[in-house]
Design a protein around this ligand. Structure first.
Ligand SMILES: O=C(O)[C@@H](CO)OP(=O)(O)O
Length: 253
């Protein structure tokens, strides 16, 4: 096992939100729309890889969503950390939250149009999904080959993400951790919020205030019951993470 600093046989979990995407830069709700990284986002992914290398935190296996911003972030970071060769598993269950009819809409305009309360309900409440996206509309994923054979959602709240993500966690990630591996999970703001909520037992209300910055690895050491030794984990660059999380919280303003 590489990189783990505690005695338990449980491996180390590293959460990595993708670097800034083109739509993050434009302040658009993204969800399942398959948007590429911006140049800044590619730089963030490189920096993420440097942080892994400097911490000697070398992943043995990587899990990603099926969206290119997470896939590219993992590829770039692992290349920089000289771990581009490790096995990879990808699954839609690690995708960003489906943002329903808000996909492709500007966050600031949405806030102005619907008001603070409705905006925050859609964006951060635990169990209020946005209106479902219309099938066949510009930013809908129906007909997308990668979702053939799954009952793809047309909108999701965070609770829905927890429900679809946990079966993947149990079936695919936990066995890697139990085998003592250092696991890199390259995913998204809201799919990672769903996992952090579960791991840290964050309440439905408190999770609204938790924001995950792009491109900064977040390390979780877990005990044998898979409980975090340090609630909230440890960002490899804590000062940058704090500033960047505050910026995510303020999107739309
Ligand atoms: O647009 C999205 O898909 C997400 C992540 O970028 O946005 P938010 O942080 O507003 O949930």
């Amino acid at each position: 096992m590489s990189g783990s600093m505690h005695d338990s046989s449980v491996g180390t979990l590293i959460l990595l939100r993708h670097g800034e995407s083109l739509w993050n830069a434009e302040n658009l709700f993204t969800g399942w729309v398959d948007v590429a990284l911006s140049e800044k986002g590619k730089g963030e992914a490189e920096r993420g890889g440097q942080l892994l290398r400097e911490a000697d935190l070398l992943p043995d296996v990587v899990h990603t969503s099926v969206l290119r911003r997470a896939i590219a972030t993992a590829n770039i970071a692992l290349d920089v950390a000289d771990r581009h060769w490790i096995p990879v598993k990808r699954d839609w269950r690690l995708n960003e939250r489906h943002y329903g009819a808000l996909q492709g809409k500007n966050k600031k305009q949405t806030l102005e149009e619907f008001g603070e309360e409705q905006f925050m309900l859609w964006r951060r409440s635990y169990d209020t999904p946005p209106p479902p996206i219309e099938l066949g509309s510009e930013f809908s994923q129906d007909g997308d080959a990668r979702y053939a054979g799954i009952d793809a959602p047309r909108t999701e709240c965070l609770k829905d993400v927890v429900a679809r993500m946990l079966p993947y966690w149990e079936a695919e990630i936990v066995p890697d951790l139990r085998a003592g591996k250092t696991v890199l999970l390259a995913a998204h703001g809201n799919s990672l919020r769903a996992l952090v909520k579960y791991l840290d037992r964050v309440s439905d209300d408190a999770i609204a205030g938790l924001n995950i910055p792009t491109g900064i690895p977040l390390r979780y050491d877990l005990n044998d019951a898979l409980e975090p030794l340090k609630p909230g984990g440890t960002y490899l660059d804590p000062a940058a993470a704090e500033a960047a999380a505050a910026a995510v919280a303020n999107q739309g303003r």
